[in-house]
Design a protein around this ligand. Sequence first.
Ligand SMILES: *[C@@H]1O[C@H](CO)[C@@H](O)[C@H](O)[C@H]1NC(C)=O
Ligand SMILES: *[C@@H]1O[C@H](CO)[C@@H](O)[C@H](O)[C@H]1NC(C)=O
Ligand SMILES: *[C@@H]1O[C@H](CO)[C@@H](O)[C@H](O)[C@H]1NC(C)=O
Ligand SMILES: *[C@@H]1O[C@H](CO)[C@@H](O)[C@H](O)[C@H]1NC(C)=O
Length: 420
Amino acid sequence: MFWRGKYTPLAADDVEGGLKNPVRLSNWLMLRRVRTAIVAIVLLLLLAVLLFQYPDLNERVREYAHNATASAPAVCDCPTAGSNGNLPGNVNDTLSPESSMQWSDFAYVQYVTNPSYLCNSLMIFEALRRYTTKAELLMMYPQEWQIPVEINEGAEFETKLLVKARDEYKVQMAPIQVKTFQNEKDPTWQDSYTKLLAFNQTQYKRVISIDSDGTLLDNMDELFLLPSAPVAMPRAYWMPEKFFLSSQLIVIEPSEIEWKRVGYAIDHHEGHDYDMDILNKLYGKSSTVIPHRRYDLLSGEFHDTEHENYLGSPNEKWDPKVALEEAKFVHFSDWPMPKPWLEPLPGMVDKNQPKCRKISTETNEYDCTDREVWLGIRKNFTERRRHICGREYDAEARPPKKRTLADARAGRPWYEPVFD
Ligand SMILES: *[C@@H]1O[C@H](CO)[C@@H](O)[C@H](O)[C@H]1NC(C)=O
Ligand SMILES: *[C@@H]1O[C@H](CO)[C@@H](O)[C@H](O)[C@H]1NC(C)=O
Ligand SMILES: *[C@@H]1O[C@H](CO)[C@@H](O)[C@H](O)[C@H]1NC(C)=O
Ligand SMILES: *[C@@H]1O[C@H](CO)[C@@H](O)[C@H](O)[C@H]1NC(C)=O
């Protein structure tokens, strides 16, 4: 039986469940109204009793609502850079007066395994200080490396950089045991696991790992305030595999449980799995996804003619200057162009720089903005490297290696590993 609003006499077939008598039906309706009225009266009475018993209920509800709003972790409530005149990264800057989290619970983490990456990491840390991050800075370094209390004249290049990180950029230094695999000869492959030791840095509630072979264009402090999740990563938007996550930027909640999972996956890795493959296996379906746009732009994007994958739609027009301006992180992926700390061989830049685009066939006009932006990013990297580490290049580039058939057969990833 369903309610039809006002009582209307029902046709016999409409009636089910034995309510065949219209008189008895109207009685029932009346009864139902009566019942509703009784329930309403009882509820009102109850409410009155409640209000009588707790005259301050109204106030308490308001206070509760106020507390809830006040303690909500509002992203717009982020402290602005230098607004309080504190030194950048002052650990006692709390997120908001009501939050139990402190900026000292958060750190940007870098790992170093060789002198090139040591300098790259320093450049990331220098940028984070320049962009006045509120979080701490953490460097994981091989425990065999000695860091003297004070630097003397004859100190080695690496030693100077380590001391500079600690003393000038106020970086926390975490000695780690770099994992080596007996059967594996490829050192680049072995190093890629070191990044994952960030899961074990449980002295922090959240860490952000940023690949050091890139240029940081802003701090990313807002990512520390993402809703809680073991990991958050952007998508590797350049890969044909849909939904594959990029490990160039990882927001991690270090914990014993997650570190055990990751450690187990490292010890039982399959074939030539890199850190990125492992993370996708473990977190591919559950990771928070950070927008790749702004947070993980490949320098190779300035070579491309299609930008739908990066921009997220075919509707927007690619503007290289706007893309650079809005980006917070640009990762150097320009294969076969070498990484920017390797001195290009003669002709390499000319051959591999982005092409100018013809904008008019009549006037023969060209637009070279892509090229200018791309060259600018590399020039900026080189200048900062000289300034921060005292040298522009670590070595001369080698002619690019080709991906061999053996690589393909062994299932080695075609995408560019971090170490090159
Ligand atoms: C609201 O916050 C104040 C101060 O922290 C606390 O004393 C009070 O009990 C809170 N009220 C409620 C309803 O949670
Ligand atoms: C930060 O807080 C800690 C513990 O609350 C305190 O020991 C330290 O002196 C504070 N540092 C600054 C710079 O205020
Ligand atoms: C993980 O962290 C713990 C505690 O700091 C440390 O004892 C352990 O050696 C670390 N594990 C690895 C593989 O570095
Ligand atoms: C590199 O670029 C950044 C961001 O545009 C700028 O702030 C910095 O001054 C540049 N550094 C050099 C050495 O050109």
